[in-house]
Design a protein around this ligand. Sequence first.
Ligand SMILES: CC(C)(COP(=O)(O)OP(=O)(O)OC[C@H]1O[C@@H](n2cnc3c(N)ncnc32)[C@H](O)[C@@H]1OP(=O)(O)O)[C@@H](O)C(=O)NCCC(=O)NCCS
Length: 163
Amino acid sequence: MDLPIRPAAPDDAGAICRIYNQGIEDRGATLETELRTPEERRQWLARRETRHPVIVAEEDGEVVAWGSLNAFSPRASYRFVADFSIYVERGRRGKGIGRQLLARLVELARGHGYHKLVLATLPGNAAGLRLYEAFGFRTVGVYREQGQVDGRWVDTVIMEKLL
Ligand SMILES: CC(C)(COP(=O)(O)OP(=O)(O)OC[C@H]1O[C@@H](n2cnc3c(N)ncnc32)[C@H](O)[C@@H]1OP(=O)(O)O)[C@@H](O)C(=O)NCCC(=O)NCCS
């Protein structure tokens, strides 16, 4: 069943923070290790530009996932490339919510005139890799030992999709 997806509002900062921190704590999703606070996420939301929207999916009136289109680079020549984020609440993963959010992000990216979506994920992120492959993302390559998390080197997989 498709969930309602809408633009994030300032009051979603708490839910977005909670869901993002789950992804950070789980370690399999991102090289980010710094936990966020609702106030920090509120300021992050307030700074977003029109071309870098944040969206949320709701289930029974509760925010259960969020996604965003992010600037790939501040250089003007990269303005047609967006990076993106998707985070689904721990207990609601694997139920098709990520697929719905990514479909909306692709739609929004096309609407904003982007030419390409790119992402970096971790080689062990089976759900993420499967999701991106299902949407036609191709693997550009693997950065070896790109970051250190908990004292260990971590590779990242770079993927892209021309829109
Ligand atoms: C990655 C994530 C966004 C995917 O969203 P989701 O709602 O869990 O995934 P969906 O249910 O929409 O499934 C998408 C695809 O992945 C597959 N999948 C889901 N969970 C899986 C798992 N644990 N292992 C392997 N494949 C999985 C599904 O079968 C589906 O593929 P299909 O269309 O071929 O059937 C979500 O799991 C998540 O938030 N994870 C933690 C944060 C994260 O990794 N964010 C991405 C950072 S790059």
